[in-house]
Design a protein around this ligand. Structure first.
Ligand SMILES: [Zn+2]
Length: 379
């Protein structure tokens, strides 16, 4: 049976200048969650604080979120929230800031949660929104955490990354203003943009894909093919930034409902085992999996549809060409330089990828041997 679609929280703001929506937010105290000082230097934080003031909302900043946030950081932020008692949590940043803020929100609402295992399956995410509403202001066009039900949190003791998903964690308000993404350096624009492309493609061939998710996925693929190279070349052009941010948003609306595939299963695994940044991992793996999935006739038909939509002949070649334009390497050998260690881990990695939550919606359910071969190929 089909699963219900949820198209993000209550309020979805996008387009140039929509950051001003903060001026009419309802609330009294906001905790702004960030990753370091970048958005302070660009003046975006100052704008956020000023707009909140106009709405009579006081705010404080927690800016200690690291890339690949740990549960220790989530816990620290939640303690700060328990003290300040915000009725608004505002994540300002990329996937790490948004994921950490969403997890802090869960711990803040439910003080009995004290360990990562308290929110990992089979445990459920409890009801939220008794204390605060969640606002996300993304600074990258990639993870779509602003409309997704998922967070990725690292266990600082084992270094394992856990993807946790629950519709309860879809933020209430997403404010997607291209100006916030304008300072993103080209390399991050490329990697996060290809993460968004992977979301769209994997959602489109997902075993749970449906009429509505298809509309978003196809449009996102088209926009990303057209505008990602442009945003990469001309990073301050807000028109290109807006196209990419909107494409990332709709790709997020699609995948958060119909899930992903084994590009993500493998990328999560390489993130855990070799700390490969998520977007870069997706970007390297993507064309190999399009090739692999093409053995499934339904998926092959869907890639054909994308070829027609894009006016191209071969989807795999088009993805490879796009990667080349964006200076993404074709394999991991230059990224994970310890080849011996990589090969020694193939078996473990195959098991991890097979057990990843994204595997079950891939067009083909791979065997362990398939995954070992694929991990060899992408190296
Ligand atoms: Zn992703």
């Amino acid at each position: 049976m089909m699963r219900p679609m949820k198209l993000a929280g209550n309020e979805l703001m996008f387009g140039k200048g929509c950051l001003e929506y903060l001026k009419i937010l309802k609330g009294s105290r906001a905790m702004i969650v960030m990753t370091g000082p970048t958005l302070e230097k660009t003046g975006i934080l100052e704008k956020v604080v000023l707009y909140l003031k106009e709405a009579n909302i006081d705010s404080i900043v927690f800016n200690e979120v690291e890339p690949d946030p740990s549960f220790a950081t989530v816990w620290k932020g939640a303690q700060a929230m328990k003290k300040y008692k915000p009725d608004l949590i505002i994540a300002l940043g990329g996937g790490s800031a948004m994921d950490a803020a969403k997890a802090m929100w869960v711990c803040y609402e439910h003080p009995q949660i004290s360990e990562l295992s308290d929110i990992l399956p089979p445990k459920q995410i409890p009801k939220l929104r008794k204390k605060a509403r969640m606002v996300c202001i993304p600074s990258t066009s990639g993870t779509a955490s602003e409309v997704s039900r998922s967070v990725v949190i690292t266990d600082e003791k084992t270094k394992i990354k856990y993807g946790i998903g629950n519709m309860e964690m879809i933020p209430d308000i997403a404010i997607c203003d291209p100006e916030v993404t304008a300072s993103l350096p080209p390399k991050i624009t490329a990697e996060t943009g290809l993460d968004a492309l992977t979301h769209a493609i994997e959602a489109y061939v997902s075993r749970r894909a449906n009429y509505i998710s298809d509309l978003f996925a196809i449009q996102a693929v088209k926009d990303i093919f057209e505008y990602l190279p442009k945003a990469y070349e001309e990073s301050t052009n807000l028109d290109y930034r807006e196209k990419m941010l909107n494409a990332s948003l709709i790709a997020g609306l699609a995948f958060t409902n119909v899930s992903l595939g084994i590009v993500h299963s493998m990328a999560h695994t390489l993130g855990s085992c070799f700390a490969v940044p998520h977007g870069l991992a997706d970007a390297v793996i993507l064309p190999y999996i399009v090739e692999y999935n093409s053995a499934n006739t339904e998926a092959a038909d869907r890639y054909k549809t994308l070829e027609n939509e894009l006016g191209i002949k071969d989807f795999v070649i088009a993805v490879k060409e796009l990667k080349k334009k964006l200076n993404i390497p074709s394999g991991f050998s230059g990224i994970i330089t310890n080849k011996e260690k990589y090969y020694a881990k193939l078996g473990d990695m195959a098991v991890m990828a097979l057990n990843d939550g994204c595997t079950k919606t891939n067009p083909i359910i791979p065997s362990i041997d398939d995954l070992i071969e694929l991990f060899k190929k992408v190296y």
